[in-house]
Design a protein around this ligand. Sequence first.
Ligand SMILES: Cc1cc2nc3c(=O)[nH]c(=O)nc-3n(C[C@H](O)[C@H](O)[C@H](O)COP(=O)(O)OP(=O)(O)OC[C@H]3O[C@@H](n4cnc5c(N)ncnc54)[C@H](O)[C@@H]3O)c2cc1C
Length: 404
Amino acid sequence: MKTYDVIVIGGGLAGFMAAAVAASRGQKVAVLTYGSGSLPLASGAIDFLNAKAPDAAIKNLPAHHPYKKIASKNIDAAAKFFCDITSQGNLPYVGRLSAQIPIVTAVGTLKYSCLVPESMDASNLADKKKIFVVEIAGLKDFYGAMLVDNLKKYFPDKTFEVTKIDLKLLGGRDITCMDAAQILTDKEQPLANELKALNATADDAIIIPPILGVMGSFSRDVVKTQLKAEIIETTCLPPSPPGLRLQRAFIKYLQKAGVRILENSKVIRGVVEGKKLTGVVVENVVREKVFPARKVILATGGFYSGGIVMRDFDNPREPIFDLPVFFPTGAENWSNQNLFDDKPQGFSMTGILTDANLNPIDENGKVLYENLHVVGANLGGCDKIFERSMGGIAIASAYKGAIL
Ligand SMILES: Cc1cc2nc3c(=O)[nH]c(=O)nc-3n(C[C@H](O)[C@H](O)[C@H](O)COP(=O)(O)OP(=O)(O)OC[C@H]3O[C@@H](n4cnc5c(N)ncnc54)[C@H](O)[C@@H]3O)c2cc1C
């Protein structure tokens, strides 16, 4: 049976990034996954850290933080590699690690992130004369008046206009942004016509929900070339077209690079020889299947995607290799009473601890498997939601795990 250079377990942001990096270095790679991961739910923005200059702030993090193990040069290289892949998939991203770019949320607040899809970049809003906000008839969870009320707090001197357009998308039920984006893919002209009718000038911006197709930037390019004003997409409630576009850009890259993506493949254990894995075992209806590998990357998504499970309180488990899982002991350290406190939540720090090679370690710091690398949301020791580092840790750890 074929031995892969690298087997990646998990097809989320971290797993796809790791597979792409390994494949770009000429390695034979397979991704084994049994779910789509959180990409189609995510905003599409890649948050590195909640700081004005994330690259400088990362240097001051404590030694146990995943970023310190990944190292700054790999974090920079990961961001560059990510932007190369997405631009090859006609999904250009803008940004850098030394600053944050604003994007407009569906409720009109500004969210700041390091790498954002070009279609969501709201950096120029401050220079615009008039901002049009466009509602789509039948589209749920996008309310122009509420968006404007909130956005006015950032731009009190601007003129806003809310308009509702009817793209005849309704089939008797409410539609989501994902429905609208899917319907409009390759059928952008009615939207372009409605937006042209606003007569917005080059000094204006048009804010719309993220409905510009599900294939990279193709739909946006069609609409943008017909308008004088800048067109900016907001975030939306899940499911999220910008997240789906990112997932598709990765899949396209991986397929072109010859990576085998095996869906519905639930990895249940490793094949172990001493301190090394020689392969992994996938659950199957008839009989289990072994996939031999020289190296394995564990990108199973932590608590959110079944990479870590906790049936009993105080006993979180990593279900494939039975790796030790770090978590803050004692109920008083587990959570703050105020969910939206200005302190991290203990439970969010739960995860697998590693050495600088992202090899899993036990409570004494001893490496458990020399050719297993842990990446993405599986990594413990920091509250990624509180510090806004989910996407950054996913792509940077994946990059490092793949180049080792
Ligand atoms: C609603 C939402 C919004 C988000 N918004 C942002 C944002 O604005 N900015 C940002 O930076 N990040 C955001 N994120 C986070 C980000 O998208 C990723 O969740 C994060 O980067 C972690 O990715 P991951 O690849 O580690 O895990 P996941 O994306 O969860 O992928 C894990 C994968 O592993 C698979 N898997 C699990 N167990 C097995 C097994 N035994 N065998 C085979 N496969 C297995 C799962 O099916 C899944 O495909 C958001 C996430 C969510 C859910």
